[in-house]
Design a protein around this ligand. Structure first.
Ligand code: ATP
Ligand code: MG
Length: 596
């Protein structure tokens, strides 16, 4: 569990799915509530998946139930172990400290067993182990572990006369299917005998036919208004190795066939998915009901996707950004992938709080990115250590402090904590301040440093600008000031007020670090509204500078979160930072710079 921050106790969320589950719990309809989170390992998880993870694991957790992490891996051409591993890492990070209570896992190598219920063979994962030991590594479920069982269920459907092998080409299959307003046409292969269907299906499995030559289809009704019920495909031929089952199979079940059966085999009670699957629900039910399965059937419930503004949440489009090198990889801190969000420095509990806070509804709508950013700021404000850092330095010489003298000043680590601690920060003759905190020709109401003006260096003292030194080209290279050392805390002049306070670091003590100033990846609220979303990439979404940091930051650790005072929240980059070559990522600015 990488992020040790405990989940803040908050009132249990409530929504229409939780209401349904509560009703079932009250009725004692199931011995235990079992949900699942079923990503297809064809890309990295994103912020939308975080909502689904929090919902599925949350419901299990709130009801003393179990949630299975299941790889929905029925399409070998697009899937990969790299994705399986990233999904496990991301889920573990996001709900790590919930997992001990509700994460379903299987003993190593466990596969479904054949049980006999009322004389009928049936398959199930024999036992659940919801209270896992902390030392047990997360091992996900794989739909592909059920390929044998799913195949048997297909054979059972054929034997019942409810599935047939069809020789229509993919194009003709589409043509025969019709359209929502136009009934389909029966396939000429629809009335094959059960014997012929069984024979052909076995030969499909044995690899006798090339890709696309034949399919197995459910025999439902080609005239139904719901096109998903017009003899949908159950199996197709794909002579492709699978990341989990290797070369064992050359036929693969379709998503709709595999999903309901995987749910059933695992004893899922509530199969929660997003709204686009609503039209698939009759097929989900048809398959399970027509197999005449002996145990209680799972049911599907749908909710609206999370669609955050200024983000792309589609694996296909995220892959495009990665492949076109518009970002540095799946974990680029600008991406809304869970790995990008983690690398950017967002604490898991902030992402969870957002994913839960957006609520669960039946209506698609866009969530303002500002809601997410607020959740991130809110969490970081309470936990981040305040530090002094300058990202665009200009030198200030305090002429009345002797060279070589170091004055130690006390700086507060986090004013939000109940008992704030302080640290010593060196203050010397030469300091760096932020270039934009000095104006030679100040605009009206400019309260920072200006010729002849005074400003407070935070935690140190008030300084007065006496002289500006320029290079031959007229650029300001140095500002010479007098420090009012009596205005330090506890000094005779400590009560003196000035309007501006700025941050600084001692030039002699400052450490250099690469600072990556991240901003929103897209300038448009709906990046793909106008067609090509890559045109909306924010050219300033990453600005890299060399910052001057207070010396204590040399000991920063990966787990720590920092507020560089007046600049924003920062964290060490998990990939590129090394001792002696620090790289900090800006997680987020202190204020919403995009708001009007
Ligand atoms: P994408 O559209 O990004 O390719 P997907 O739906 O194909 O996503 P899956 O791996 O199938 O990705 O998703 C796993 C689960 O996460 C599914 O139950 C899906 O409904 C849910 N999910 C996917 N995107 C979102 C989202 N934006 N908001 C909430 N849940 C989501
Ligand atoms: Mg999907």
């Amino acid at each position: 569990m990488t992020d040790a921050t405990p989940a803040a106790p908050s009132p249990a969320p409530s929504d229409f799915i939780r209401d349904i589950v509560a009703q079932h719990v009250a009725e004692k309809r199931y011995p235990q509530i079992v949900t699942r989170f079923p990503p297809e390992p064809n890309g990295y998880l994103h912020i939308g998946h975080a909502k689904s993870i929090c919902l599925n694991f949350g419901i299990a957790r709130e009801n003393g139930g179990q949630c299975n992490l299941r790889m929905d891996d029925t399409n070998p051409t697009k899937e990969d172990v790299e994705y399986v591993e990233s999904i496990m890492q991301d889920v573990n990070w996001l709900i790590g400290d919930w997992a001990d209570h509700c994460l379903g896992f299987k003993a190593h190598g466990q596969t479904p067993v054949t049980v006999s219920v009322n004389g009928q063979p049936d398959f199930q994962i024999p036992a659940h182990f919801p209270a896992r030991e902390k030392s047990v590594a997360l091992e996900p479920f794989f739909a592909s572990d059920y390929f044998d069982q799913i195949f048997e269920y297909a054979v059972a459907l054929i034997k019942k006369g409810k599935a047939y092998v069809c020789d229509l080409s993919p194009e003709d299959t589409d043509k025969y299917r019709g359209a929502p307003d136009k009934p389909g046409t029966d396939s000429p292969y629809r009335n094959r005998s059960i014997e012929e269907n069984l024979d052909l299906f076995m030969r499909m499995k044995a690899g006798e036919f090339p890709n696309g030559a034949r399919t197995l289809r459910a025999k439902i009704d080609m005239s139904l208004p719901n096109v998903w019920l017009r003899d949908p495909l159950l199996y197709r031929i794909r002579h492709t190795a699978h990341h989990h089952t290797g070369d064992k199979w050359c036929i693969y079940p379709m998503y709709d066939f595999a999903h309901c059966l995987s749910d059933y085999i695992e004893g899922i009670t509530h199969s929660i998915c997003t709204l686009e699957f609503e039209v698939h629900r009759p097929l989900y039910d048809w398959i399970l009901e027509n197999l005449g399965l002996p145990r209680p059937l799972p049911h599907q419930y749908e909710f609206a996707k999370l669609i955050p503004s200024h983000m792309i949440v589609s694996k296909r489009k995220l892959i495009h950004l990665v492949n076109e090198k518009l970002v540095s990889g799946w974990d680029d801190p600008r991406l809304p992938t869970i790995s990008g969000i983690r690398r950017r420095g967002v604490p898991a509990c902030a992402l969870r709080r957002f994913a839960i806070g957006v609520g669960v509804t039946k209506f698609d709508s866009m969530t303002d990115i500002a809601v997410y950013e607020h959740a991130v700021r809110d969490e970081l404000n309470s936990i981040a250590l305040r530090r002094l850092a300058v990202v665009d330095p200009i030198k200030v010489v305090l002429t009345n402090i002797p060279a070589g003298e170091t004055i130690e000043v006390d700086a507060v680590d986090n004013p939000q904590s109940e008992t704030p601690t302080t640290r010593k920060v060196p203050f010397t003759r030469e300091v760096f301040i932020e270039r934009e905190d000095f104006a030679e020709v100040p605009p009206p109401k400019y309260f920072r440093l200006k010729p002849g003006g005074e400003v407070r260096l935070k935690y140190a003292c008030i300084i007065k600008c006496d002289e500006v030194v320029k290079d031959a080209a007229g650029n300001v290279v140095e500002i010479r000031c007098t420090a009012d050392l009596d205005s330090r805390a506890g000094g005779p002049n400590s009560g003196k007020k000035v309007k501006g306070t700025i941050h600084w670091v001692s030039a002699a003590h400052a450490i250099d670090a690469e600072v990556r100033l991240y901003d929103r990846l897209f300038t448009a609220a709906e990046p793909d509204a106008g067609g090509d979303f890559t045109k909306n990439v924010n050219p300033k979404s990453l600005v890299t500078v060399t910052g001057k940091l207070e010396p204590s930051l040399a000991f920063a650790t990966q787990e720590q979160r920092f507020q560089f005072e007046r600049l924003g929240y920062f964290t060490l980059d998990s990939k590129d930072s090394a001792p002696g070559k620090l790289v900090f990522n800006r997680t987020i600015t202190l204020k919403d710079t995009w708001a009007k």
